[in-house]
Write a protein of this length. Structure first.
Length: 226
């Protein structure tokens, strides 16, 4: 499937503006798991591939799964291995599965490829009172119950953590483009109106120099395949 021009623009906004906001989360997880040479990592919903680049920078062999063809194309421009569906289990399975905000179906389809004792990392928004973005968006998004997801997938809990991930933008326009690229507004009946409302909602978070600062905390859970 060839991405539409609009989809390509949105994907580029994600790659150029938004995806770096989650670097503290990726780095915290990689530090905790001591990701390095010899590790094989599979990232679900890897977007334009930044989490894969960070893992590769530590010496890991990283592969991504991304359903959106525009984001997948951008990841491949970075010479990353990104596919539309989880690869079939190989003789040497994955050591780490990154499943940030996955659907239960996507998680279930990827788990057979993770080795016994391998790490599975789930992540999502932290406590509502410590996340600015849900407030800006008018009550959403709501973080998933990661502990319930872990139990439902038959995984063994192995710790959790919280990471401060502020969303900082040069100006309101960049903030609007970045937040729209997340897909959180994809269900809006009137996209133009949603863009206008989001722009207005961001003004209270402007600083004196015009930059926009949205503090957030993300929670992650580490689990192991039994």
């Amino acid at each position: 499937m060839t991405p539409t021009p609009t989809a390509t623009l949105v994907a580029r906004d994600w790659a150029e503006i938004q995806e770096r906001m989650l670097v503290p989360l990726y780095e915290a997880v990689y530090d905790r798991l001591e990701v390095g040479p010899g590790d094989r990592l599979l990232g679900l919903g890897c977007g334009a591939g930044l989490p894969l680049l960070l893992a590769a920078g530590r010496g890991a062999a990283a592969t991504g799964v991304e359903a959106d063809p525009a984001r997948r194309a951008l990841a491949r421009e970075r010479l990353l291995e990104v596919v539309a569906d989880p690869p079939a289990p190989e003789e040497r399975p994955w050591d780490v599965l990154l499943a940030f905000s996955p659907s239960p179906g996507a998680l279930a389809s990827a788990l057979p490829g993770v080795r016994r004792g391998g790490a599975v990392v789930l992540a999502d928004w932290g406590p509502p009172e410590r996340c600015t973005v849900p407030a800006v968006l008018g009550g959403g998004p709501v973080g998933r119950d990661l502990d319930t997801m872990t139990a439902g997938a038959g995984l063994v809990p192995d710790g959790s953590g919280r990471v401060f991930c502020p969303f900082g933008y040069a100006d309101v326009d960049s903030a609007v483009r970045g937040l729209l690229s997340t897909g959180l507004y994809d269900g809006a009946a009137d996209p133009a109106l949603a863009e206008k409302e989001l722009s207005e909602a961001l003004h209270p978070f402007e600083r004196g120099d015009g930059a926009v600062w949205l503090p957030n905390v993300f929670r992650y859970v580490v689990a192991r395949v039994a």
